[in-house]
Design a protein around this ligand. Structure first.
Ligand code: ADP
Length: 648
């Protein structure tokens, strides 16, 4: 409804056109009856019953419209009704289709906005195919329903039925009784059919969405499908899923057939009954032939209108299903908000025990704040560290994670448990540790992609906004990131680099590309910076994509930069170059690295295992620890998680 509100002037014009069109449409049978009676009165139709008296000329002897007495006059009236009704119908169809389209357009935009504002956990639990089907299929259904219901069939048919019934009742009450007797029977039958078919349509939509979901997932993974030679199996599985929709469509078609058939039957039964009763009245000279004809036509309007309204209601059933699916997109944000507040409420009661929790298990180190500490320790004693060459604490870019606890939605265990970590302005902090230890989760939390269930994350003393929250996110507080698998969106190289700052000057883009060691390869592309890359563009290697992603982050001149295994796809020269750039970057850096070359120069190395900090300190400090985990991993062949770093 809210989405329709901006179009109220159009809605008003459509409604007025609809009413006017209805008036002309309903006037048509009467005009036709008038022609008939005049022809008969003037001797065109001889024989049978006596010609009606002058007073009976016109379809209804006491008709609302003054009956013209000349043949040209009645013909003109008939012609005017026809033209105006046709024009009105065309106008209503145009306006209501336009309304539907505008509604769909606005709804799609709004939904995209809502989807984009969701938290990462929402995307973890929803497939892209499902979202796409809501954005496309469901919105299409809704926009078609708006058009259909407002102008094409729904309201129009209902008004037509009501108008025709009223007209009949006021003009020929006896004949109207016939129609009134048939109408409830017909509408009851149609209602039963509509209820059944709506349920079928809803189920069919769910099945169709599942098939679409399946197709979009498999198509996005087509390389894997082909490498494992599973094309036929996947195609067969898709066909099977679509088959489910087909079976339901068959049932739906059956009910559509019943609607059609019942409608026709009603028209015929009504016509027969009216002709029987009306014919008798004509013979008794109680009504004119024209009146009988007009009543008969009005009855056709009623029957056709009813089955048309029923079909429209059937579509409405479809729309209800679509609306439910679309509404679900709006609900999670509200649900998340309330869940957030209840989490917050429960966290306050649990916070007291949480500190005890990290302390009691002996593995939860407390604050890793370089500013307040001077020695290295492992998890067995509270790790504290003095990072080499501490930058000024007053510079912005201070990030604090305070007793952060995070569990993925639906997961049984905490991915991050009671984490305390402070990144001082300008400091480079490297997170290392075994796979699954929680490094990427910490980075995601730091970027606001997930909200911790307990604890808080502060950037320069202010709480970190959740990604998507009112269009804000990490970038709004001067953070940028280069993630493990940099995805490029369709667009030119320039657009890739300037993604976070579309208004960036060419000079800024060039500087960022140079800093990310991307300039050389970009210049060799067919159209240089204008080359289309990304989804359907020029294919780039993993390392090239990585460098564009780094340039994209550097362009923002962030005060905090999060780098998740950025050098994994880089060649040695690029890596060295980028390391050099990063070293000179005046930003706080959180690095998740597998290569020791990245870790080595960090001011603070934090070993993360089981979602906790188990060891922290400068490289020298960690290597100096006799039984240190870092030292053990670096100096032995167990170095599974510091890939390629056997010799530090
Ligand atoms: P690392 O980066 O150190 O390899 P992660 O942060 O990726 O570790 O993973 C930490 C834990 O969280 C693992 O147990 C992993 O299985 C789990 N995990 C990671 N991502 C998700 C997710 N999207 N949904 C549920 N669990 C996840």
């Amino acid at each position: 409804m809210e989405t329709l509100r901006p179009d109220w002037p159009l809605l008003l014009v459509t409604s007025l056109s609809l009413v006017a069109t209805l008036a002309f449409t309903l006037a048509f049978p009467m005009a036709m009856g008038a022609v008939f009676d005049l022809v008969r009165a003037q001797g065109g139709l001889a024989g049978g019953a006596a010609a009606p008296t002058a007073a009976a000329v016109g379809p209804f002897s006491h008709g609302a419209m003054a009956a013209p007495t000349s043949f040209q006059g009645v013909l003109l009236r008939l012609g005017a009704c026809m033209v105006l009704s046709a024009t009105g119908n065309a106008l209503v169809a145009y306006l209501s289709t336009l309304l539907g389209e505008r509604f769909g357009h606005r709804l799609k935009g709004r939904l995209m906005q809502i989807i984009m504002a969701q938290e990462q956990s929402f995307f973890d639990s929803t497939t892209k195919g499902d979202l796409v089907s809501r954005l496309t299929l469901d919105v299409q259904v809704l926009q078609a329903t708006v058009a259909d219901f407002i102008g094409l069939r729904g309201f129009r048919s209902l008004f037509e039925v009501l108008g025709a019934l009223c007209l009949m009742c006021t003009q020929q009450p006896l004949l109207a009784l016939v129609s009134l007797a048939i109408t409830p029977l017909l509408s009851r039958l149609l209602r039963a059919v509509v209820v059944r078919s709506s349920a079928i349509i809803f189920r069919r939509q769910q099945v169709a969405a599942k098939a679409l979901d399946f197709a979009s997932e498999r198509l996005s993974q087509v390389q894997t499908v082909q490498v494992f030679a599973q094309q036929e199996r996947e195609a067969a599985a898709f066909a099977q899923l679509s088959e489910g929709a087909l079976v339901l469509s068959r049932k739906y078609a059956f009910f559509q057939g019943i609607v059609e058939g019942t409608g026709r039957l009603a028209v015929n039964v009504g016509t027969m009954s009216l002709l029987g009763l009306g014919g008798m009245l004509v013979i008794q000279n109680k009504i004119s032939v024209g009146a009988l004809l007009a009543v008969n036509m009005l009855n056709v309007f009623i029957s056709v209108g009813l089955s048309s309204a029923a079909a429209s209601l059937g579509e409405l059933g479809k729309a209800v299903g679509a609306l439910e699916r679309v509404a679900e997109l709006v609900a999670p944000s509200q649900a998340a908000a309330s869940a957030g507040s209840s989490e917050a409420a429960s966290s306050s009661s649990e916070t007291a025990s949480s500190s005890g929790c990290s302390g009691s298990n002996g593995a939860g180190p407390s604050v890793l704040d370089g500013s307040s500490t001077s020695s290295t320790s492992s998890s067995r004693s509270t790790p504290t560290v003095a990072a080499a060459a501490q930058p000024e604490a007053s510079i912005s870019g201070r990030v604090e994670l305070r007793d952060v606890w995070f569990k993925y939605p639906g997961a049984a265990d905490w991915a991050v448990r009671g984490l305390n970590l402070t990144l001082l302005p300008g400091q480079t902090v490297a997170l290392v540790g075994p796979s699954g230890g929680g490094k990427s989760t910490i980075a995601a939390l730091l970027l606001g992609l997930y909200r911790p269930q307990r604890g808080e994350i502060l950037v320069d003393g202010a709480p970190l906004p959740a990604a998507g929250e009112g269009g804000r996110g990490a970038a709004a507080v001067g953070m940028a990131a280069v993630l493990q698998q940099p995805m490029l969106m369709s667009g030119s190289v320039t657009q890739q680099i300037s993604y976070g700052k579309p208004e960036a000057s060419h000079a800024e883009i060039l500087a960022a590309a140079r800093a990310a060691h991307a300039e050389e390869f970009v210049q060799q592309l067919p159209q240089g910076y204008d080359t289309e890359v990304g989804e359907r563009g020029h294919a780039l290697s993993g390392g090239q994509k990585q460098r564009l992603a780094i340039a994209r982050a550097l362009l923002l001149q962030p005060k905090v930069l999060v780098l998740d295994e950025v050098t994994s796809a880089l060649d040695v020269t690029s890596e060295r170059y980028i390391n050099d750039t990063l070293r000179h970057l005046a930003a706080t850096k959180l690095i998740i690295a597998h290569r020791l070359s990245m870790v080595r120069r960090a001011d603070l190395i934090v070993v993360v295992e089981g979602g906790q900090v188990v060891e922290a300190g400068s490289r020298e400090q960690l290597l100096a620890m006799p039984d240190g985990i870092y030292r053990r991993f670096v100096s032995t062949a167990e170095l599974g998680w510091v890939e390629g770093g056997l010799s530090d």
